[in-house]
Write a protein that binds this ligand. Structure first.
Ligand SMILES: [Zn+2]
Length: 153
């Protein structure tokens, strides 16, 4: 996003909220001149890209997160509404904090934190099965050190 004042192309998002028509209103600050301006962005037109560990980029996909969560929560007392809330909170966080790209690891951490609060068993399951669903949960790859510290031996 280019600064309208000095044309510098790096800005940081200082505030972000939904406005009408599915647009996101963002308050941005130029990293060069420090001035602030507001943009309205349509989510569909600028999907956040997820940067995987190997450097490849894929579009942010809430259905991937859902697939992983549903497997982890199978036969657990976690409702569809709770799963949807986790996904929505992850999505919201990503859109607020990141401009174009988000590290896969960050998404994984958000999912883990949210799931741990909702259901401990589902959390451990999610942690232990993620290897088998690499294509679904590849955003979790980098969490291994954290998993080792969290999983019971
Ligand atoms: Zn500027």
């Amino acid at each position: 996003m280019m600064c309208p004042f000095c044309r510098h192309d790096e800005t940081k998002v200082v505030d972000s909220r939904a406005s009408q028509d599915c647009a996101i209103r963002r308050r941005r600050e130029c990293l060069s001149c420090g001035r602030r301006f507001t943009t309205y962005e349509r989510v569909e037109e600028s999907p956040v890209k997820v940067v995987k560990k190997d450097g490849t980029r894929v579009p942010f996909d809430r259905e991937r997160i859902r697939a992983g969560l549903e497997k982890a929560c199978y036969k657990r007392p976690v409702s569809d509404v709770q799963i949807e809330e986790i996904i929505a909170s992850v999505e919201r966080e990503v859109q607020q904090e990141f401009d174009r790209e988000v590290p896969s690891r960050y998404i994984g951490e958000l999912v883990f934190q949210a799931l741990r609060e909702v259901d401990q068993v589902a959390f451990v399951r999610f942690a232990s099965v993620y290897r088998e669903f690499k294509d679904v949960n590849d955003f979790v790859e980098e969490l291994e050190p954290m998993l080792r510290a969290t999983l019971p031996e």
